[in-house]
Design a protein around this ligand. Structure first.
Ligand code: NOJ
Length: 560
């Protein structure tokens, strides 16, 4: 497999708004990142990804862009951005920005012009269709929350398409001018010297403009059955590369929801020259019901294994590449969803970290994950939640469909995206050291125990464990490039796998439950089992007779 620095990297998702506030307005900013930049070096990550920091009315916290070439004033200035980039580079850390090519804000000048008249030069920057004879929208496409994806525009007497909120109109990628505009924006940031892009919602930019009606049985909130991986998606991505890669060296991580193994290969096989890696939430979504992500689903170790088998074996063996994450700014805290945020918080946070750093793929750490940060306990009424998607969901279910407040709040309490967006916990001082003012979202009350300073002071902390894993990954190419095999295939509690390279083999055993789990020594390793030694584990390691304790994670290595 071809070696690339972005395969070897560990990428840190830094959510500016919640990372560190430098001016006391309660909102994290670029000045705050500059204050804490040494922490990124201390942690050992080699790339930072910033979700959108561009001018935005903040309907979707930056994913509704009003100006693509300017910094949101509450985050700081372009000068601060330039300083940040230089300071990261001075420390050997790369910077990746989010680009949002599928939609803009309704406040973007292009849309403001486009909606005025059919002959406005910007009209064809967006996707417009007349109403059906009965006045209904041109198709039954729905947004991922289940509302119609079409909104009426009085001025031109047409509907416009929006796969997300009606305040985020979709751009018309079939218009070559739109494509050039986006490439120019990317060029603007590349000229500043950034190192890559996370490309938002990239697999829905090309639509089938015959708008095929959804099959009733597939007509789910997700709707993306009908517009993902559209007819020209591969042409457009290849064009993007041709336009930009001749002049700049950078990598792309495409956010691709509902993309499966064979699609991933098309997007990321080097010979296709499209994306360098895809980011898929398939594992994260195991805890969500398919038709409604706010409804919880029970998952088992078997489900987990099957999803990972697909990505690790089918995609990995096929030559595709992907990012690995279980937490990001759209998901609740991973330790609360996939492990135990109570009694075994520390062990289980370390177990998930072991998983993410020993699988194939590029690990993405979401800020605070490295402390074992947990869901916030206080999202108990809709007024306590800030993010618009949850509000839109609440409105749809309670106000339009008549569900009870209690039933919907029970779902949101577990699943709102705000769980990941509560302020970073720096120390035990007021507001966890995040701000001297009132934070835009409350600080989790567990900050006195869970914070960076506490993690720095304790050699057994989750933070130190992350540092160790990141170091190990840099020192051991097998963690990046080794082959992957599942072992203990039928086990109900343990997810086990091998990584193999040259004459070296690593055995990774993860007990994903809160009960002891015994196992037979995997037959694949039996000959050499005595020669193994433990590389890392989340318990002070005393081998118990082929038994893993609750949430025990252990990595053995042997050299043949
Ligand atoms: C995915 C982003 O991660 C999410 O935060 C956003 O709401 C949607 N794309 C729409 O841009």
């Amino acid at each position: 497999m071809e070696r690339k620095y972005w395969k070897e990297s560990v990428i840190y998702e830094l959510y500016t708004r919640s990372f560190k506030d430098s001016d006391g307005d309660g909102i994290g900013d670029l000045g705050g990142i500059l204050e804490k930049i040494d922490y990124l070096e201390y942690l050992g990550v080699d790339t930072v990804w910033l979700p959108p920091i561009y001018v935005s009315p903040n309907v979707d916290h930056g994913y509704d862009v009003k100006e693509f070439r300017a910094i949101q004033p509450e985050y700081g200035t372009m000068e601060q951005f330039d300083t940040l980039l230089a300071e990261l580079h001075r420390r050997g850390i790369k910077l990746v920005l989010d680009i949002v090519p599928n939609h803009t804000s309704i406040e973007h000048e292009w849309f403001q012009q486009a909606k005025r008249s059919k002959d406005n030069p910007y009209h064809d920057y967006f996707i417009w269709e007349p109403a059906n004879d009965d006045g209904s929208p041109p198709s039954d496409w729905r947004t991922h929350l289940g509302r119609s994806a079409w909104t009426w525009n009085e001025q031109t007497e047409e509907y416009y398409l929006h796969l997300y909120s009606e305040k985020q109109p979709d751009l018309n990628w079939d218009n070559p001018k739109v494509r050039q505009e986006i490439y120019d924006i990317m060029r603007f940031w590349l000229e500043k010297g950034i190192d890559g892009f996370r490309i938002d919602a990239v697999n829905v930019i090309s639509k089938d403009r015959s708008y095929p009606d959804a099959d009733e049985d597939k007509l789910q909130a997700k709707g993306d059955e009908y517009f993902k991986n559209g007819p020209h998606i591969h042409d457009y991505l290849q064009e993007m590369n041709k336009e930009l890669k001749k002049d700049f060296e950078f990598f792309t991580a495409g956010e691709t929801s509902a993309v499966h193994d064979h699609d991933v290969l098309k997007y990321t096989k080097p010979e296709w020259e499209e994306l360098d890696m895809v980011l898929s939430a398939e594992a994260t979504e195991l805890a969500d019901q398919d038709e409604d992500k706010y409804k919880s689903k029970e998952w088992t170790v078997h489900d987990f294994r099957e999803v990972l088998r697909k990505w690790q074996k089918d995609v990995g063996d096929g030559g595709g590449w992907f990012g690995l994450y279980l937490s990001h700014h759209d998901a609740p805290r991973m330790v609360s969803t996939f492990a135990d945020d109570g009694k075994y918080r520390i062990e289980s946070a370390k177990l998930l970290a072991t998983l993410l750093h020993t699988l194939r793929g590029t690990p993405f750490i979401f800020q605070g994950e490295e402390l074992g940060m947990t869901n916030y306990p206080g999202f108990d009424s809709i007024e306590t939640i800030k993010e618009q998607e949850a509000h839109s969901y609440y409105d749809l279910k309670v106000n339009e469909q008549g569900a009870s407040d209690a039933a919907i709040m029970e779902r949101l309490q577990k699943k709102t995206r705000d769980h990941s967006r509560t302020p970073m916990q720096w120390d035990a001082s007021a507001q966890a050291g995040f701000t001297t003012g009132t934070p835009w979202l409350p600080v989790n009350p567990n900050y006195k125990e869970i914070n960076v300073q506490a993690g720095m002071d304790n050699p057994d902390s989750v933070l130190q464990f992350y540092r160790k894993l990141i170091r190990l990954r840099k020192e051991n190419a097998i963690m990046v490039y080794g082959g992957f095999e599942i072992i203990l295939d039928d086990h109900d509690q343990i997810f086990g796998y091998l990584r193999r390279m040259d004459n070296e083999e690593w055995v990774i055993l993860l007990n994903m439950t809160d009960k002891d789990a015994s196992y037979d020594i995997p037959s694949e390793c039996v000959d050499d089992w005595d020669k193994k030694h433990c590389v890392i584990s989340n318990y002070p390691h005393v081998d118990k007779e082929n038994t893993l304790r609750p949430f025990e994670a252990v990595v053995y290595k042997y050299v043949k």
